[in-house]
Design a protein around this ligand. Sequence first.
Ligand code: FAD
Length: 392
Amino acid sequence: GGAFQWDDPFHLDDQLTADERMIRDAARAYAQERLQPRVIDDYLNERTDRAIFREMGELGLLGVTLPEDFGGAGASYVGYGLVSRELDRVDSGFRTIITVQSSLVSHPIFHYGSDRQRATLLPKLVSGEIVGAFGLTEPDAGSDPAGMRTRADRVTGGWRLTGSKIWITHAPIADLILVWARSVAEDGLLRAFLVERGAAGLSTPPIGGKLALRTSITGEVVMDGVFVPDDAVLPGTSGMAGATRCLSPSRYGIAFGVMGAAEDCWMRTRDYVLDRTQFGRPLAATQLVQKKLADMQTEIALGLQGALRLGRLLDEGRATAELVSLMKRNNCGKALDVARTARDMHGGNGIQIEYHVMRHAQNLEAVNTYEGTHDIHALVIGRAQTGIKAFA
Ligand code: FAD
């Protein structure tokens, strides 16, 4: 029994714990009251506001899954996914803050760092006092990060890093950059290093001219023999598999998050077509328009349900990298389809910033590419079902 709930067909809400609903509501209130009013300005001016890191830190949004000893909220991965969704509902660039700061920097330090690294760095990352970045991609190594060339040479008391990273979120403003490099003395073994702002030989020029994710600054990380001490290396992880392990929680957060951007496009479009009259009746009264709304509703409902299930599996320690690929690929691709369709259904107004849908569509172009492109994730899951690696 029970009535069909058009905006929550699977009763997602019923499947959450009281804690998860509380975290979601706090994130939604912050995102709608504090972020939504500044998104147009920040987007048009390509501005990344450092104050947002501290605001998110105060609300506990930068350490959702981390234990309370480190300033975290000690909540579930589902809670983290719900926060991602609320931030994406405003702008995928705002969600990218927690993807990088919490999943790609704090999470590896928590799981693979030394006691000293955890104690000194995590409280500052979780409070938003410092900004973190994650440097894996290089100019000649994107989808194939194993092709990276950045090298780490052993020297007295530490290492020297030489090489360059590109497309690194937060790099120009980061205080701390987790950089992957090949350890020359260990046959090119990949290791993660914590590089701090101010190190001699380090520069982080911004990448301008971005037509997507304009609220999220991106840059290069150029290292010209940057010295880092012995204990700058993350002791608990190495190799390509180690780097990939760091990416699973962030890809999951993206998969959950982008459904928020899709929902914002869908809701705005539904309102728009109910209101807009052409040929003597609302656009919403036409079959083509209703079919598009039905497609949006279906993909969003299924995408959220899949993301929720993946979150539960992560919480149980049973999520696989392949399932993360499946959900990241599906939800980013579907969210992009929803946003492009929403843009179209808004007619001329759809290209204007005040209507928000084209900004989401532009953002989702980048989100569909970063953290493994749509096609590369297809090849990961294709390999899992055929046993044949098609991408190398
Ligand atoms: P390429 O690898 O050159 O791919 C180009 C095209 O070729 C894609 O369509 C791809 O699917 C396709 N392709 C590649 N190989 C194959 C194949 N074998 N078979 C079929 N098709 C193939 N990286 C970080 O390390 N840290 C960050 O913080 C970060 N932030 C980012 C922020 C933004 C806004 C963007 C745009 C990127 C960011 N990245 C970051 C980099 C991102 O992860 C890479 O852009 C992504 O992995 C793709 O790599 P590439 O750009 O080199 O594209």
